[in-house]
Design a protein around this ligand. Structure first.
Ligand SMILES: [Zn+2]
Length: 62
């Protein structure tokens, strides 16, 4: 979590943002994070489709 992350391909699916970033060790990682104020849903995935699926199926509790 110390490395500066450069997100790209940021896209919003409902309240959840999905982005791709370079992990600094030669791999792309993908993150899905909910933007709702009281929802702390977020996750990291090895592939983009998993992140997008998580975003689409997220049921916001906020
Ligand atoms: Zn949420």
């Amino acid at each position: 979590m110390t490395a500066h992350r450069r997100f790209r391909e940021v896209r919003k699916l409902g309240p959840v943002q999905v982005a791709t970033f370079f992990d600094g060790r030669g791999r792309d990682r993908h993150v899905a994070a909910c933007t709702a104020p009281r929802c702390d849903f977020s996750g990291e995935y090895n592939n983009r489709s998993a992140a997008e699926l998580a975003a689409r199926t997220h049921r916001c509790s906020a």
